[in-house]
Design a protein around this ligand. Structure first.
Ligand SMILES: [Zn+2]
Ligand SMILES: [Zn+2]
Length: 228
């Protein structure tokens, strides 16, 4: 018997064939089957630039706008889950109400796609210092830390606020709040994958990318978000 971290109900896990074949290799699920069903995978058709679900494989409107703003220097991004009601509820509980254990649900959802990521560095998008202090943890770091070797390359200015608390227009007009983490000494070359929980407008990830590109112009930066 396991306890579902999303609905707090006990459930019996269906032991799938993989777990029978590889005992001890996969962790027990922290989501009951009915909660798991609420999280909708993106696909089969999605925007090839940001991973947003679509009914065709064309570049989405958001990305067309980024292409105009950045004159073709666009950010290649991928995502795995639709930002539906279940995902929204999960993030509100994890980020706004500080339900720390829910990072395990996010890890379980992200793990299969994360295992396929290949880069020289994995850089999580940082939380602002005041949010980190209030919650006692960095939300994105905690999700990805057990899954990948992380490099704390970026920091976020104090007083920047959270994107999730702004409407779409305010998000788009947000100023650059990321800078190179002064505790990180050294130089970086090769491919970097930025990691975030949600890709909403793309503003955050583009700013994070810009901060890295300014410091290390030789690097190739892509991004991954659990939801889009
Ligand atoms: Zn459940
Ligand atoms: Zn797109």
């Amino acid at each position: 018997m396991s306890l579902c971290l999303f609905c707090d109900q006990p459930f019996t896990e269906d032991l799938d064939i993989r777990r029978l074949l590889l005992p001890g290799k996969s962790k027990p699920s922290c989501l009951c089957p009915s909660c798991r069903k609420q999280f909708e995978a993106i696909g089969p058709a999605f925007c090839p630039q940001c991973g947003r679900r679509q009914d065709n494989g064309k570049i989405c409107q958001d990305c067309q706008k980024w292409r105009r703003i950045y004159q073709g220097n666009f950010l290649q991004s991928q995502a795995v889950y639709c930002y539906n009601q279940a995902f929204h509820d999960l993030m509100v509980r994890y980020k706004r109400y500080g339900d720390y254990l829910l990072c395990q649900v996010l890890q379980e959802l992200a793990a299969p796609a994360v295992k396929k990521l290949a880069a020289d560095y994995f850089v999580p998008v940082p939380t602002s210092p005041e949010h980190r202090k209030k919650r006692g943890y960095d939300t994105v770091w905690e999700i990805f830390n057990p899954l990948l070797p992380l490099t704390p390359l970026l920091a976020k200015k104090a007083g920047a606020g959270a994107q999730g608390e702004k409407d779409k227009k305010a998000r788009m007009q947000a100023k650059q709040n990321f800078f190179l983490n002064p505790e990180f000494g050294g130089t970086i070359t090769g491919k970097i994958i930025l990691l975030d929980d949600i890709y909403t407008t793309g503003r955050t990830l583009y700013h994070a990318r810009d901060a890295i590109e300014t410091a290390f112009p030789e690097c190739q930066v892509e991004s991954f978000s659990i939801s889009r």
